[in-house]
Design a protein around this ligand. Structure first.
Ligand code: SF4
Ligand code: SF4
Length: 86
């Protein structure tokens, strides 16, 4: 019997769940110092950072949980966490 143990194959993975209105902070990708290294796309636990047509990376805020990991790990300090306006 084949087992489905991969994170992306498991039911209910984070990328399938929209965030709703509870998020407190959201990332702003400034694109000022970005080197287009792609680390933010790799490290985002929600899998919601994607490369745009210009090679910059942008978060899908419908799925971003505001964890701040991308901003913490960005080597170019290009991502700022800002408080959500309610
Ligand atoms: S981690 Fe920072 S420098 Fe690298 S692509 Fe993302 S925003 Fe740009
Ligand atoms: S704040 Fe967290 S969930 Fe949102 S894009 Fe950054 S790493 Fe992904």
């Amino acid at each position: 019997m084949a087992l489905n143990v991969g994170c992306s194959a498991a039911p209910g993975r984070a990328r399938d769940n929209k965030t709703g209105s509870w998020r407190v902070f959201k990332p702003v990708f400034k694109h000022e110092t970005c080197t287009k290294c792609g680390l933010c796309e790799t490290i985002c636990p929600e899998g919601c950072v994607k490369e745009d047509k210009d090679g910059f990376f942008v978060p899908d805020l419908d799925y971003c949980k505001g964890c701040g990991l991308c901003a913490k790990e960005c080597p170019a300090d290009d991502i700022e966490m800002v408080q959500e306006e309610k």
